[in-house]
Design a protein around this ligand. Structure first.
Ligand SMILES: [Cu+2]
Length: 121
């Protein structure tokens, strides 16, 4: 991928992550943690993972703190993309905020924003 005005260092500040969302959690885990670096622009691709259910089970995600919301993913719209910049060091909660089967597994994921290694000391 090439970014206007940026060399390899700029490109390294951008990260794409694919996360499958299902009643079992984010990538199947209730305690999913995504670690990113301060200043990175993160593209999250959310994929619907409940196709083995007989009924539709829509999910819609929000990142608490920055209030970034995804579109709904479900059987008819199985993929959506969310882009945000990790501006501040710290932790933000990533949750599904619409009632769904397995919601209890989708309320405690964390996006952890770390200081860039080069500026840690
Ligand atoms: Cu959900």
């Amino acid at each position: 991928m090439f970014f206007l005005g940026g060399g390899p260092l700029e490109a390294a500040k951008n990260r794409e992550v694919v996360i499958t969302v299902s009643r079992h959690g984010f990538n199947g885990a209730r305690d999913y943690v995504l670690e990113v670096n301060e200043g990175e622009t993160i593209t999250i691709v959310f994929r619907y993972g409940d196709n083995d259910l007989s009924e539709n089970n829509p999910h819609r995600m929000v990142i608490r703190g920055i209030n970034e919301k995804s579109a709904v993913i479900d059987e008819s719209n199985p993929e959506t993309v969310m882009v945000f910049t990790a501006a501040n060091v710290g932790e933000m909660r990533l949750i599904c905020f619409i009632p769904c089967t397995g919601m209890k597994n989708l309320t405690s994921a964390i996006i952890r924003v770390k200081k860039m290694p080069s500026s840690a000391e």
